[in-house]
Design a protein around this ligand. Sequence first.
Ligand code: 5GP
Length: 190
Amino acid sequence: MQLLKDRIIKDGKVFPGNVLKVDSFLNHQMDVSLFCEMGKEFRRRFENEQVTKILTIEASGIGIACLAAMYFDVPVVFAKKTQTKNIAGDVYTSRVESFTHGRIYDIIVSKEFLHKEDRVLLIDDFLANGSALLGLASLVRDAGATLVGAGIAVEKGFQTGGKIVRDTGLRVESLAIVSSMGEDGSISFA
Ligand code: 5GP
């Protein structure tokens, strides 16, 4: 999606450890008009999938998922991150390794909000090593729901997540795929 790529070139900043900072428009300050365009694009790509629910993960996925949900006219559920060891019974749970913080945490979704009749689209801001998406996919599987695919704003194509997740058979649609990031701050796309 050219609009997003242009914005990443204009405002994205490359940090050590293969981190792309897009805090000025995507995951701290949020450009809602841009999110609308991204939502429309996700809708276009998953138009025929009869999505009934969008599932994302707190916190950075929520804004993008909400604007996308406007175009699908479905609710958004966000998985909560928790460090609680003993998780109460009425939740689906899975384990995720945070790319940016290097920590492992549990994610939970209440059983009330994911059902076997649901056709679920996953949405997230970044795809790096794939842990977040695999964790979300596992929640959907546990609920017995149908996973129709994943919509990602920025995939870092030089990291392993895209291949790992696609190899599970999941359809992944990324609006911008970064193919390389240089120490000089240069960013190029696939
Ligand atoms: P993964 O689980 O695929 O390794 O990483 C995905 C998660 O890590 C996303 O939810 C995102 O919040 C975070 N993340 C991964 N790479 C980046 C990055 O380069 N920049 C930012 N801002 N977040 C990232």
